[in-house]
Design a protein around this ligand. Structure first.
Ligand SMILES: [Zn+2]
Length: 350
C-alpha cells in the first residue's frame, strides 16, 4: 500500500483534486440495513447518526413519527423523484382553522448530510417539547410547519451507495452522458443567468428548463397551491455558517431588505447564544456568491416575504463530511434560530 509520496510544488494544485476525489469515492456507506443497526433512526442513543433514506430509515421515520403523534403530525406525498421514490412531506402543528404556515425543506444537495438530520431533529423536538416549551407550544398551536426532510432523495441515496460527494439530482438528459441537475439552480428566478451552468456535466447545471426536475417541480407545485397560507420559506443547506436571504440571482436588494437583514441578525445572535457558533448573514449574492435559480429567491418572488437559506456548520474543516459528534450541537443551535424566525413570522403575519 502506498503510504507516502511527494509531489513537486508546482503540480500540487493539479494533484490535490485528484487525490481528494479518490478518497471521496472510497467513502461508501451501507444503505440497506436492519432497524437496530447503526443507521437506523433513533434519538435515544447518546450520539446521533446520519440516516440513509431507505424504507428502513428516513422514509420509515416519516411514517412512524406521524403514526405516533396523530394530533400533531400528518404525512402526505407531494410527488415522486426521478427514480420514482415518493416525496414525503410532514405537516406539523395542532389542528385549527385559518392557520398560516412555514415551509421548511432539507436535503437539496445530496452530500450536505447535516441538512436532513436537522429536519428530522426539528420534527422530533416539536413533538417532544409541545406542551412543555412555551414558545414551541405557541408556534404549533398557531402555525403549521410543512417539513420536507429530503428534497433530493435519489441524490442523497447515491451519496450513501456510490459517491459521498454527489450534489445534484440523478436525472438523465438527452444529448449528454452526464447525470443530474443542480436542484438549487433549477427554479424560475433569474434561471441560469448567473452562477449556474448550461453544461450538463457541471455540478451547478441549471437543467434544460426551470422546474425540469421532478423534485423541484413537486416542491414548487406544493408551494404554489398553498401560497395563501405559507408565510415563510426556510431551506437548509451546508456548509459555511451563513444565514442568507434574497437575492442571489441579482445584486439588487429585495424591497424587504431592512426587515430581512434585522431578522437574520437577531436569528444569528440566537444561534450563537448556545455554542458561540458564528454566522455571517446577508443577501445571497454578496454574502456567498451570485447564483440564479435558487428556491429562496423563487419563493420570495412568489410573495413569501420571509425567505431564508441556512448554510449550517462548519466553515470548511470538515465541510460536507461533518462528523456525527457535531449533529446534535448543530441541530440544537439551528433550532434556536428557526424558532426565532418562526416566532417573528407569527408576530408579523401579513
Ligand atoms: Zn446546498
Amino acid at each position: 500500500m502506498l503510504e507516502q509520496f511527494s509531489v513537486e510544488q508546482h503540480t500540487i494544485g493539479m494533484v490535490l483534486p485528484i487525490l481528494r476525489k479518490l478518497i471521496y469515492t472510497m467513502l461508501v456507506f451501507k444503505c440497506e440495513v436492519s432497524k437496530d443497526s447503526l443507521f437506523s433512526f433513533s434519538f435515544k442513543k447518546r450520539s446521533l447518526n446520519y440516516h440513509c433514506y431507505t424504507k428502513q430509515s428516513i422514509a420509515a421515520w416519516t411514517a412512524d413519527i406521524a403514526a405516533q403523534n396523530p394530533d400533531l403530525v400528518s404525512r402526505s406525498v407531494i410527488g415522486k423523484t426521478y427514480e420514482g421514490r415518493p416525496m414525503y412531506l410532514l405537516k406539523v402543528g395542532k389542528s385549527g382553522s385559518n392557520k398560516k404556515a412555514i415551509f421548511m425543506d432539507c436535503g437539496f444537495h445530496a452530500r450536505e448530510w447535516i441538512s436532513p438530520a436537522f429536519c428530522q431533529w426539528f420534527v422530533k423536538e416539536a413533538v417532544e417539547t409541545y406542551g412543555k416549551d412555551t414558545v414551541m407550544t405557541t408556534l404549533l398551536d398557531k402555525l403549521d410547519f410543512y417539513v420536507l426532510p429530503v428534497v433530493n432523495i435519489d441524490g442523497y441515496i447515491y451519496t450513501w451507495t456510490n459517491d459521498r460527494m454527489w450534489r445534484k439530482t440523478r436525472s438523465k438528459h438527452a444529448g449528454s452522458t452526464c447525470i443530474g441537475t443542480d436542484p438549487n439552480r433549477n427554479f424560475n428566478a433569474g434561471w441560469c443567468t448567473l452562477g449556474a451552468s448550461k453544461s450538463a456535466c457541471s455540478s451547478t447545471y441549471c437543467g434544460p428548463a426551470p422546474e425540469s426536475e421532478k423534485e423541484t417541480k413537486a416542491l414548487a407545485d406544493f408551494i404554489r397551491e398553498h401560497l395563501s397560507t405559507i408565510k415563510a420559506y426556510l431551506t437548509i443547506h451546508s456548509y459555511s455558517q451563513l444565514l442568507l436571504f434574497p437575492y442571489s440571482y441579482t445584486y439588487s436588494l429585495p424591497s424587504d431588505y431592512e426587515e430581512l437583514n434585522s431578522i437574520a441578525r437577531a436569528a444569528s445572535k440566537e444561534l450563537a447564544s448556545l455554542y458561540n457558533t458564528e454566522y455571517t448573514y446577508g443577501p445571497g449574492a454578496t454574502t456567498i456568491y451570485p447564483a440564479s435559480g435558487g428556491s429562496d429567491d423563487w419563493a420570495y418572488n412568489q410573495g413569501i416575504k420571509y425567505s431564508f437559506t441556512f448554510e449550517l456548520r462548519d466553515t470548511g474543516r470538515y465541510g460536507f463530511l461533518l462528523p456525527e459528534s457535531q449533529i446534535k450541537p448543530t441541530c440544537e443551535e439551528t433550532l434556536l434560530a428557526v424558532k426565532y424566525i418562526a416566532n417573528y413570522v407569527l408576530e408579523h403575519l401579513y
